[in-house]
Design a protein around this ligand. Structure first.
Ligand SMILES: CC/C=C\C/C=C\C/C=C\C/C=C\C/C=C\C/C=C\C=C\C(=O)SCCNC(=O)CCNC(=O)[C@H](O)C(C)(C)COP(=O)(O)OP(=O)(O)OC[C@H]1O[C@@H](n2cnc3c(N)ncnc32)[C@H](O)[C@@H]1OP(=O)(O)O
Ligand SMILES: NC(=O)C1=CN([C@@H]2O[C@H](COP(=O)(O)OP(=O)(O)OC[C@H]3O[C@@H](n4cnc5c(N)ncnc54)[C@H](OP(=O)(O)O)[C@@H]3O)[C@@H](O)[C@H]2O)C=CC1
Length: 299
């Protein structure tokens, strides 16, 4: 029998560098995604990279797609070495539908199918609404919301509508109670949560499930560094989180894995909150975030 989670224990293990895990114990069947293909935006770093690794450790081939091809190539080499599966690095800007279309064509040529789309690419920084330029607000909405729609639409039209499959969006719980310095990202993610439900309804008859993972703060990521401060100054805020800590990338990847697999075959239109209970309780700590923002260079 597997050991139950102990008080305060962080499960599953998250051991290793920022890249790939140095050790991994399967919780799900290692064949859960065997011979499937996943297209993961922003898969070259942070949470997206860990999703790619965990999917590959469950038998999946992946495409990791974002703007920086050198970063993607390096990540793909490490991912294939860690898992023995294929990983195709492809350059896209989710704001440009034609770049997505070209990458999807390349995926279908090289890997033959796309069973899973993970919309993980995003942009964020701390900024008071009064200082935020119109273009800054627009930029974040274009990456997070338009990017999610653009990629979903292209993958749906070119593959999912005829073959079925699933889409997993990566959101954030930060907007659920309102958060200082985050009007741009919170607005974008709220739109994405609505998009999840609309597309789940519209594309369900084609056999396409659409769901979301909504993380709270996730350690070891660029998002955490930008919002939590370069030296983790926001760590004190975690006392207000019921589970008293940040999450880790493997925990987010396991949520995505569940939603991408047959384990969730009757789940669609769902928002899976994975934030340790943060949004239920956390204070909207304006002074803390203001302090971090004032010390951070413009990122
Ligand atoms: C970690 C949390 C810690 C503490 C929180 C407190 C309490 C915790 C308790 C409970 C809370 C529970 C949950 C919340 C926690 C979690 C966080 C939630 C969400 C996290 C999201 C992310 O992490 S997203 C991923 C982060 N990674 C990236 O952003 C990488 C990609 N980013 C980029 O490419 C750029 O940064 C970009 C987004 C700006 C886009 O680049 P580009 O297209 O090149 O655009 P630019 O031309 O550079 O800029 C466009 C306009 O934007 C303006 N801009 C850019 N940067 C800033 C900035 N830092 N501040 C203000 N404005 C900026 C820029 O000037 C341009 O505007 P102009 O008007 O000048 O043209
Ligand atoms: N870290 C955290 O605490 C939290 C994160 N999240 C969400 O998790 C996801 C991953 O964040 P995280 O791992 O922290 O951050 P990262 O910065 O590591 O991931 C963002 C990825 O998006 C890619 N990207 C950005 N803009 C574009 C674009 N225009 N076109 C294509 N790709 C793009 C980046 O690659 P490149 O620069 O090469 O294009 C990068 O790989 C995001 O959706 C974020 O909102 C949610 C809550 C908390």
């Amino acid at each position: 029998m597997a050991e139950p989670q102990k008080k305060g224990e962080m499960l599953p293990e998250d051991v290793g560098s920022d890249d790939c895990l140095t050790s991994y114990t399967h919780i799900y069947s290692p064949d859960l995604l065997k011979d499937q293909v996943a297209f993961i935006t922003g898969g070259g770093s942070g949470i997206g990279l860990r999703i790619a690794e965990i999917f590959m450790r469950h038998g999946c081939d992946t495409v990791i797609a974002s703007r920086n091809l050198d970063k993607l190539k390096e990540a793909a080499t490490k991912l294939s070495a860690a898992s023995g599966r294929r990983c195709l690095p492809l350059c896209i800007d989710v704001r440009q539908p034609e770049s997505i279309a070209a990458a999807v064509e390349e995926t279908l040529k090289e890997l033959g199918r796309i069973d899973i789309l993970v919309n993980n690419a995003a942009g964020n920084f701390l900024c008071p609404a009064s200082s935020l330029s119109f273009n800054a607000f627009k930029t974040v909405l274009e990456i997070d919301t338009m990017g999610t729609f653009n990629t979903s639409k292209v993958v749906y039209e070119k593959w999912l509508q005829d073959h079925g499959g699933c889409i997993v969006n990566i959101s954030a719980t930060l907007g659920y109670r309102g958060q200082a310095l985050q009007v741009h990202a919170g607005s974008a993610k709220a739109a994405n949560d609505a998009m999840t439900k609309h597309l789940a309804v519209e594309w369900g008859p084609s056999g396409v499930r659409v769901n979301t993972v909504a993380p709270g703060p996730v350690s070891g990521t660029e998002g955490f560094r930008r919002l939590g401060g370069p030296r983790g100054e926001a760590a004190g805020a975690f006392q207000s989180i019921p589970l008293q800590r940040a999450g880790n990338k493997t925990e987010m990847a396991h949520c995505a894995l569940f939603l991408a697999s047959r384990a969730s075959s009757y789940v669609t239109g769902a928002i899976m909150v994975a934030d340790g209970g943060a949004w239920l309780t956390s204070a909207n700590d304006v002074s803390l975030l203001m302090g971090i923002a004032s010390k951070s260079a413009k990122l």
